[in-house]
Design a protein around this ligand. Structure first.
Ligand code: DOR
Length: 448
């Protein structure tokens, strides 16, 4: 589906490039044609009055797990990308821990084929590194692959890459961004053994951040950073969860010139270990949600530019799977429908400005990964946008969830700030109630 003709959006409070300004926009086909204080002299086929609401670039989520192929009882590219669109996320990078794993070019092409016919949002797929696929990594088309993903700690999907020689070879032999999951496996296994000796099969969920500990995170992320410095690799550390790791990052260099960057996720900003008692394994993630002190430091790190990108790590599992006992319950939870409302609520709570939020969730992923013509509201760029009512309060209810797994860690939470419309490649694909039946989604491309 694509737009025939023109759309004029008038009176929008545009949040873009560090400013909030009332503007009119003209959309032609799938791109932004004109932005000006007023476009009243311009004719258009459709006019939308955005008065009173804020218009943001569509969010770009650099880390999601949509589970297809192979794990489609948890989610599909169609179901989870619909939820993303309802959450104002117009582009996503999906992770390689599917079945089969996305560790061969053939599996990567297959995923792209599925997305081309099923995705409701713009898509790109990370390629998974293993202990023996360097040749394939070197053959990847960097204009279509956003980054290489390495699990330096075990998580869903058994994709641990733990051979130091292999890591050195990968870091030394690719120009791709290397996105890493950092948790030291030996530390985790030692901590797990101790907890099992104490509690047997009934380890309380409160022990999750003691098992997947601060030290496990720091050991792994600091050695990845050291290896990147030594080899000159372009490293992106996913889901930073501790205050201690912030010392590894630099806020004195503009993002365009950074060789080591970092991401923080919704759940590590929203939840703390005080929530395990009420939420249980629903908030079991890898890396674990840690202390309030860590949570506060992550907000500070985000605002001071030690952390570059805001993402979700959306990782659905079924309700039944999540409700098993601690060691059996998988880590991860669905987030894409609610990350932006959570951020808008955080804005009201004084945690972040709207401009900063847009920088971290829209502009910076585009800059960091060289995404072509997205992430900003600019003339000539694709018209991916989300309209939000920042004043509306609403409560998350099960009946409104679009996730295939049908549950959310935010059920019962009241947010202040709501997505009321999403525009994808110039097409209104969400009107606050319904997702358009035909997708306007495109494959993301990279200017490299
Ligand atoms: O909590 C997590 N869940 N962390 C990951 O790294 C993987 C994810 C998943 O795929 O379930």
């Amino acid at each position: 589906m694509s737009r025939n003709g023109t759309l004029k959006i008038v009176n929008a409070n545009l949040v873009n490039e560090g400013q909030i300004k009332i503007c009119d926009l003209l959309i032609k086909g799938n791109r932004i044609e004109r932005i000006a204080d007023t476009l009243s002299s311009y004719e258009s086929d459709e006019v939308f009055d955005a008065q009173g609401n804020h218009l943001l670039p569509g969010l770009i989520d650099d880390q999601v797990h949509f589970r297809e192929p192979g794990l489609t009882h948890k989610g599909t590219i169609a179901s989870e990308s619909k939820a993303a669109i309802a959450g104002g996320i117009t582009s996503f990078f999906e992770m390689p821990n599917t079945q089969p794993q996305t560790t061969t070019i053939q599996a990567w092409e297959e995923k792209n084929k599925i997305a081309a016919s099923n995705s409701f949002a713009n898509y790109a797929f990370m390629f998974g590194g293993t202990n023996d696929n360097l040749k394939q990594i070197q053959a990847l088309d960097s204009t279509r692959v956003p980054a290489l993903k390495l699990f330096l700690g075990s998580s869903t999907g058994n994709m641990l890459v733990d051979n130091p020689d292999v890591l050195r070879a990968i870091f030394s032999n690719t120009d791709l961004v290397i996105a890493v999951h950092c948790e030291d496996e030996t530390t985790i296994q030692t901590n797990l053994k101790m907890a099992t000796a104490q509690f047997g099969n009934s380890i309380p969920i409160e022990y999750h951040p003691k098992i997947r500990s601060e030290e496990a995170c720091f050991l792994s992320s600091s050695s990845a950073v050291a290896l990147a410095k030594e080899t000159g690799a372009r490293l992106h550390v996913f889901h930073v969860s501790t205050a201690k790791e912030l010392a590894l990052f630099d806020n004195t260099i503009p993002l365009e010139h950074k060789k080591i960057t970092a991401e923080v996720c919704t759940h590590h900003l929203w939840f703390s270990d005080a929530d395990y008692k009420s939420k249980g394994t629903a908030i079991k993630w890898n890396p674990a949600v840690k202390t309030k002190k860590d949570q506060d430091a992550l907000w500070e790190g985000l605002n001071s530019d030690l952390l570059d990108v805001l993402a979700t790590d959306h990782a659905p599992h079924t309700f039944e799977e999540k409700n098993k006992f601690y060691t059996q319950a998988p880590s991860g939870g669905p987030l894409v429908q609610h990350a932006l409302p959570a951020l808008l609520t955080a804005y009201h709570n004084g945690k972040i400005t709207l401009e900063k939020m847009v920088q971290k969730a829209c502009h910076n992923p585009a800059i960091l990964f060289d995404i072509k013509h997205r992430g900003f509201i600019r003339e000539g760029y694709f018209a991916d946008m989300v309209l939000v009512d920042i004043e509306e309060s609403w409560t998350v209810e099960k009946k409104d969830l679009l996730y295939k797994c049908g549950w959310s860690p935010f059920e019962g939470t009241t947010f202040k700030g709501k997505v009321i419309r999403t525009l994808l490649n110039g097409v209104w694909v969400y009107d606050g109630k319904q997702i358009a039946p035909n997708s306007a989604a495109m494959a993301l491309t990279f200017d490299r």
